[in-house]
Design a protein around this ligand. Structure first.
Ligand code: ADP
Length: 275
């Protein structure tokens, strides 16, 4: 297979190169290409996340969804392109950005309690050499309570169920009091009650003007949970409001022959349009 050449990396700048990337726009990605071992897995991505929205990133396995999040957060390097947060590079915006990685990517055997994990979410706010204060711990406890885990505060994280671990991570992200959140499959492996609890929290964040971007797998819940969507398969197939771009045609373009759920998804789309 012949892959297109990878363009040279552009230099960083502390100021937005693109006039359309305003200081109110939480995330602006321009011409982003990411490659593993010279093979591009994301190609020429242009994307602007609208402020105060709940955004789903959907696409088949291997489409580059996790890679997109990691590249935005400088966890992996980009081959080319620019990524800006509120019109400036990641380093300037990082304190305003929260990240919930995939649950499986974390070492849950690390000997630490649920409360300690959530308290760590405060570190970005504390800065160097400042100790965790009682008020940070109290706040961390409040966020644990918000996700329904107050009774588990002193429990070691390896003694929590998958759904509880996911909620601890969510509480940790809330403790950051960020303005933009990246969440990689926040509903993976959780029961229906936990899923409901998580979506309520995400909707509350959105109602407070925060922007939340989630990798999401269940296409049938996209119209109910999210207002915005990015359809990704190496390239951005479509991005915008769920009402406008979450269509059968775009889903077919994104999933190709792999989409067997189309009828169920169509039903969900029709239901959301009727509501
Ligand atoms: P998605 O989240 O949509 O399932 P990923 O971003 O995890 O997709 O992966 C996109 C592509 O990049 C896949 O083909 C995957 O195999 C490949 N990939 C992901 N991580 C690595 C890595 N660390 N090294 C090499 N290839 C990788």
């Amino acid at each position: 297979m012949i892959h297109p050449p990878i363009p040279a990396k552009q230099s960083d700048s502390s100021l937005s190169k693109y006039p359309e990337h305003s200081a109110t726009n939480p995330l602006s990605v321009h011409a982003m290409t990411v490659a593993y071992h010279q093979k591009p897995v994301l190609w020429d991505i242009d994307y602007d996340a609208p402020l105060g929205s709940l955004i789903a990133i959907v696409g088949p396995n291997g489409a580059g969804k996790t890679t997109f999040m990691k590249a935005c957060l400088e966890i992996i390097p980009v081959a080319s392109g620019t990524i800006e947060f509120w019109g400036a590079p990641y380093a300037k915006g990082r304190a305003r950005i929260g990240y919930v990685p995939q649950r499986e990517s974390v070492d849950w055997d690390f000997p630490i309690s649920a409360l300690e994990v959530v308290t760590m979410g405060r570190y970005g706010k504390l800065g160097w050499f400042r100790r965790v204060k009682k008020e940070d711990r109290d706040l961390a406890f409040k966020f644990l309570d918000d996700v329904g885990l107050a009774d588990f505060a002193s429990r070691q994280i390896n003694q929590l169920s998958g759904g509880q671990q996911q909620r601890v991570f969510l509480a940790r992200a809330l403790a950051q009091e960020a303005e933009l959140y990246f969440m990689d499959e926040p509903f993976a492996g959780v029961d229906a009650a936990t899923e409901r609890a998580i979506i309520e929290i995400l909707q509350k964040l959105k109602n407070h003007g925060k922007t939340v971007i989630c990798v999401h797998h269940d296409l049938t819940t996209v119209p109910e949970y999210f207002d915005n969507v990015m359809l990704l398969n190496t390239r951005v197939i479509a991005a915008g409001s769920v009402k406008e771009v979450f269509t059968q045609e775009n889903l077919k373009k994104t999933y190709g022959g792999k989409l067997t759920l189309l009828d169920e998804v169509s039903e969900a789309i029709a239901k959301a349009k009727g509501s």
